[in-house]
Write a protein that binds this ligand. Structure first.
Ligand SMILES: O=C(O)c1ccc(O)c(O)c1
Length: 275
């Protein structure tokens, strides 16, 4: 091989890293054992959580993603002066359909996700900004930190938003996301999920959570879902397939309600414990 060829080959094929990217990562079975141990300990102590605890070792980055110092009390009025604002006119109804944001059709299963946002007494949370973000059908996010070799869909950005109506209802049309390989441990795949953000009435009230799809084989293997140690609270994060919402030769319907408070409150992420 000429020197020039050798240089070209080097450009085309980066040298093997000294260590494979998975070196030092725990195996799925080690993660499973750790999850099982923590959940058994919590069950034995009569403590099962509807919310994740801040440090859940099998979910590695949970250790880094929350404040370690006391929170500062923000002056709510001061925060509002610099926080984003929006009005009803800023949110276009078309933004609730993630399949029509580009010239072409995105690839994948077209779905509708609908539900209600209610308080612990079942009262509707009205005119609420609901935002979602998700991977595409191949499990790829449009984000510089997601470089895994699944295709980006030029017709799918994976971001949408809407306002709840007077009954607290929201509805999105989107594409079912694929499982996502996230590097928490070796061969770690997140179950298909959609991230939800609720704005509240002020910036300081924003709440974030995730919705999952029924019967996903990855549930038991996912440290983020399993960090909610109460099985009933985990089940509440899973949408229900709703045939009445499916549309002939068009889409599959899922229903998922979000409860803000009370004993059946939906698990919310704490101070940035997820992305
Ligand atoms: O914690 C993470 O790294 C992570 C990455 C991608 C996701 O979709 C997610 O829910 C979490």
């Amino acid at each position: 091989m000429s020197r020039q060829h050798a240089e070209l080959a080097e450009l085309a094929e980066p040298a093997e890293p000294a260590q494979p990217p998975t070196a030092g990562l725990a195996s799925q079975s080690a993660i499973d054992r750790e999850i099982e141990r923590i959940q058994a300990d919590e069950a034995a102590s009569g403590l099962t959580r509807t919310q994740s605890r801040l440090d859940f070792a099998p979910y590695r980055s949970s250790l880094l993603r929350h404040p370690t110092k006391d929170l500062h009390h923000a002056d709510p009025e001061g925060v509002e002066l610099v926080a984003p604002v929006f009005g009803e006119r800023d949110v276009d109804p078309l933004e609730a359909d993630l399949t029509i944001q580009h010239d072409g059709e995105p690839i994948g299963e077209r779905i509708r996700i609908s539900g209600r946002i209610v308080d612990g007494d079942g009262r509707p949370v009205r005119r609420q900004l609901v935002e979602i973000w998700q991977a595409n059908a191949a499990g790829r996010y449009i984000h510089k930190r997601d470089q895994h070799p699944a295709p980006i869909d030029p017709n799918f950005t994976g971001v949408g938003r809407t306002l709840t109506d007077d009954l607290g209802r929201y509805s999105f049309v989107t594409i079912k996301p694929g499982p996502y390989p996230w590097g928490n441990h070796r061969n770690a795949w997140r179950p298909a999920h959609v991230h939800f953000s609720l704005f509240g009435t002020e910036f300081t009230q924003r709440m974030i959570t995730q919705m999952y799809f029924p019967s996903d084989p990855l549930f038991a293997l996912d440290p983020i879902l399993q960090s909610v140690t109460d099985p009933a609270a985990r089940d509440r994060l899973v949408a229900r397939y709703d045939h009445d919402r499916s549309e002939h030769e068009w889409l599959l319907g899922y229903t998922w309600d979000i409860v803000l408070t009370g004993s059946h409150a939906t698990r919310m992420e704490q101070e940035g414990d997820d992305v």
